[in-house]
Design a protein around this ligand. Structure first.
Ligand code: HEM
Length: 344
């Protein structure tokens, strides 16, 4: 009997050891969280983000989208990074709403460098947040800048169905968008502020197909023609989100009056989204919808007029986004590899 009891105790102790790394509950986020345990970690993140953006500015836009798609689903816990496995074939990144999500390899490179420097210390979720911070700073020439706290843990749960439920769809009406943001405790103003991220990056034609037959009151016909021409080029090509970054030949053919407004500096993160929106030259239905409600429209006008205010408010909204917690009593770990759980 006694041997049975001690054997059971031994088993329980062994089990505890195995699950111990998963037993941590998220603690308070702090500025300077890794100051002693991984000094210089932020420079490692910044170095890799800058390198990725130099090679391809589109990776910067992808990193800015990644923080939103991670933090809106189960909080900022890097659940969006988990690859599907036979045990969990439908992770968040397989959800249709996550179409086009990219820059996972940038996160991998940062994680590998940090594992070499201070093994098992910096979470993937902190890397997602700081990579988005550096990307938005670089793409805005330093106008968007903020210092988020760190100390997030990586969550073990990643379900495509959660992403489908929690992330807004580009076909949403203004009412659906407002409710979606309110569920995460974000205001109408913050919905408008964060939507300004669509000044950069790309979208698949399938994400705005309905706009190709929207009336002129919703989208400028010349711009609609431009999008139609681009979307005819393949089964589901990507098109630049910001008309100012379009290639001049396409604009010359479909929308010549806009030629003089094209910008040299592509994927520049500024308030141009609001100007485009008021002029009805944005891609997604969800963008246009912001003009259909009084308060949202007021903010679109406000940010079109005041780019500096948007830089500041966008920075604040990203800090708020970065603080979205995992569901209560969730356990987390510091993953060794951002695409897989440690016990994988
Ligand atoms: C308000 C509700 C939002 C909706 C409905 C929405 C929808 C979309 C869609 C459909 C795409 C294109 C995906 C594709 O077809 O490949 C996209 C791209 C993008 N979104 Fe949003 N989005 C929203 C809010 C946000 C927020 C809050 C951020 C960040 C703060 C953001 C940042 C981006 C960026 C940067 C891209 C371009 C990504 C790239 O080029 O890789 N979006 N969004």
């Amino acid at each position: 009997m006694t041997t049975k009891v001690s054997a059971a105790l031994l088993c329980a102790a062994a089990l505890l050891l195995v699950v111990a790394p998963l037993a941590a509950e998220a603690s308070e986020l702090k500025l300077g969280y890794y100051k002693k345990t991984c000094p210089g970690w932020k420079n490692v993140v910044k170095y890799h983000v800058a390198k990725a953006i130099r090679a391809n500015r589109g990776s910067g836009a992808a990193l800015v989208r990644l923080i939103f798609h991670d933090c809106f689903v189960r909080g900022c816990d890097a659940s969006v990074l988990l690859d599907p496995t036979p045990a969990n074939p439908h992770t968040e990144k397989t959800a249709p709403i996550n179409i086009g999500l990219a820059a996972f390899e940038v996160i991998d490179d940062i994680k590998a460098a940090l594992e070499e420097r201070c093994p098992g210390t910096v979470s993937c979720s902190d890397i997602v947040v700081f990579a988005a911070r550096d990307a938005s700073s670089i793409l805005s020439n330093g106008h968007v800048h903020f210092d988020p706290p760190a100390g997030r843990l990586d969550g073990p749960i990643s379900r495509a169905a959660d992403a489908q439920r929690d992330l807004p769809d580009s076909t949403f009406t203004i009412g659906e968008l407002i409710r979606n943001f309110r569920r995460k405790n974000f205001t109408v103003e913050e919905l408008v502020i964060l939507s300004g991220a669509h000044a950069i990056g790309v979208g698949h034609c399938s994400s705005f197909r309905g706009r190709l037959s929207s009336p002129p009151s919703q989208i400028v016909p010349a711009y609609r023609n431009l999008l139609s021409a681009k979307c005819a080029a393949g089964p589901d090509p990507v098109v630049t989100n910001n008309v100012r970054d379009e290639d001049p030949s396409a604009v010359a053919a479909a929308f010549p009056s806009f030629l003089k407004k094209l910008r040299k500096n592509k994927d520049f993160l500024d308030n141009s989204y609001y100007h485009n929106n008021l002029a009805r030259i944005v891609t997604f239905n969800s963008d246009w919808q912001l003009l259909t409600e009084k308060e949202a429209l007021g903010h679109v006008k406000e940010y079109a007029e005041n780019g500096t205010l948007w830089d500041e408010d966008f920075s604040d909204a990203l800090v708020k986004l970065s603080k979205l917690p995992m569901p209560p009593h969730s356990k987390g770990e510091i993953r060794k590899h951002c695409r897989f759980l440690n016990h994988h």
